[in-house]
Write a protein that binds this ligand. Structure first.
Ligand code: HEM
Length: 406
């Protein structure tokens, strides 16, 4: 085996050509954190379609920015596996997979079908009225104050309360769930993350035991009692499945909401256009999720593979920068412009291929209802004077706080 090359700070595998090494500091560097979306949109102007970026915290990976290349990796799980795709540490002696994301086809399908009816467009449509009620109950709490800190008043509690309903968990767990999600997913503090992981594990184990005895129609119970191909899931599979829903279904929605409402606060014309054209709300949601795509897809090569003349090796990590792909100028004309009437083209906000987001219909519905109800009740709002939006580091891109006044 060739010795790795060593730059000032990083070990770079010997097969990576030095001219393709660009330490961009994705998700953690100062340039990224100062303005993540202009930063990711701007990658197309200054970097080749595929480059290698080392990272002190995550190790190095090949990074893809073009829509077509990202989509290709997502559609070829036989070349680009999701095994080990999440960054959450697990005990090697008691290892469990995050299901369904970390399972490759063909096994992936049996898990995915378990919750298909619940997460299908028809299954999710049943939730619209309760999401609307929950959104309005939250707005009732702050509308008369003339201000709110959006993330704590709405951006986090709404998706958590919807999630608890869907999972069949009690609403009095709302604050605890928000706390866990924040410690686990945004802990710059490893001890806090490990504590949250232990607490979540203990809670989920108790819930799984309870649902085993007393079934209901929530997602946890459905998973507990599932028997795809006639074989019940093992305790470890159930745990990895339920835990992954928690990881996948909360922070992503928090981040999308916070980005979108910061944009709405700063764009009165955009708000008016949405209010004046209620029939185009689906176009609004798609466009805002395109410009504020919040996450990335991580894969590992199952064999040596060449792309754009770049020779990658089996075991190399690949990061598809989905937000950059959604600013690909060859697919989206004037990609930085928010245009609610742009021709519909598939975005990668929810990735694509077999692992495309299972919660996409739910996330779209929550976004649609939140924008419509908030603008119906508070049509004019802005960022509090002097606000400078700061972003969390990490694999889900969103503002830390969004203070609003009206
Ligand atoms: C705006 C909100 C959301 C965004 C942007 C988002 C984005 C994504 C993306 C990009 C993936 C693919 C990851 C990959 O390929 O590596 C994914 C997968 C997934 N998401 Fe979401 N997600 C959101 C909300 C949700 C919600 C609300 C749920 C469930 C309650 C959910 C459940 C899942 C699941 C289960 C997967 C794995 C699917 C599979 O492997 O087959 N997501 N999501």
């Amino acid at each position: 085996m060739e010795a790795p090359q060593t730059s000032d700070k990083y070990d770079i595998p010997a097969h990576v050509p030095p001219e393709l090494v660009h330490p961009i500091g994705l998700t953690e560097g100062p340039e990224f954190l100062a303005a993540p979306y202009p930063f990711m949109a701007g990658l197309h102007d200054r970097l080749p379609p595929i480059f290698y970026s080392p990272s002190l915290t995550h190790g190095g990976a090949w990074h893809l920015i073009r829509h077509a290349d990202c989509y290709f990796t997502l559609r070829h799980p036989e070349l680009f596996t999701t095994a080990g795709a999440t960054p959450f540490p697990r005990d090697p002696n008691n290892y469990f997979y995050f299901i369904p994301l970390e399972i490759d086809p063909p096994d992936h399908k049996k898990y995915r079908t378990v919750l298909e009816p619940m997460f299908s467009p028809r299954g999710i449509a049943k939730l619209e009225e309760s999401i609307r009620q929950r959104a309005n109950a939250l707005i009732d709490q702050f509308i008369d104050q003339g201000e709110c800190e959006f993330t704590t008043a709405f951006g986090r509690p709404l998706p958590v309360s919807v999630f608890l309903d869907l999972m069949g968990l009690p609403q009095d767990m709302l604050d605890t769930f928000v706390g866990w999600a924040m410690s686990l997913l945004h802990a710059q503090d490893r001890v806090a993350a490990a504590t949250a992981m232990r607490e979540i594990s203990a809670y989920l184990a108790a819930v799984i035991a309870e649902k085993t005895k007393s079934p209901d129609d929530g997602a946890v119970s459905t998973i507990v009692h599932a028997a795809p191909d006639g074989v019940p899931l093992t305790e470890r599979e159930i745990f990895g499945f339920v835990f992954f829903l928690f990881i996948a279904g909360l922070d992503t929605v928090f981040a999308a909401f916070n980005n979108i409402f910061a944009w709405l606060a700063e764009n009165p014309k955009g708000r008016q256009e949405i209010i004046d054209n209620p029939d185009n709300i689906d176009g609004v949601v798609e466009e805002l999720l395109r410009v504020y795509t919040v996450t990335f897809s991580g894969r590992t090569l199952t064999q040596d593979y060449e792309m754009h003349g770049v020779k990658m090796k089996k075991g190399d990590k690949i990061t598809s920068i989905l937000p950059a792909a959604n600013y690909d100028p060859t697919v989206f004309e004037n990609p930085r412009e928010v245009n609610f009437n742009r021709p519909r083209k598939p975005t990668l906000a929810f990735a694509g291929g077999v692992h495309s987001c299972m919660g996409a219909h739910l996330a779209r519905l929550e976004t649609k209802v939140s924008i419509s109800e908030f603008l119906r009740r508070i049509p004019n709002f802005q960022l509090k004077e002097g606000t400078k939006i700061e972003y969390w580091p990490g694999g889900v891109v969103g503002p830390k706080t969004v203070p609003l006044i009206w």
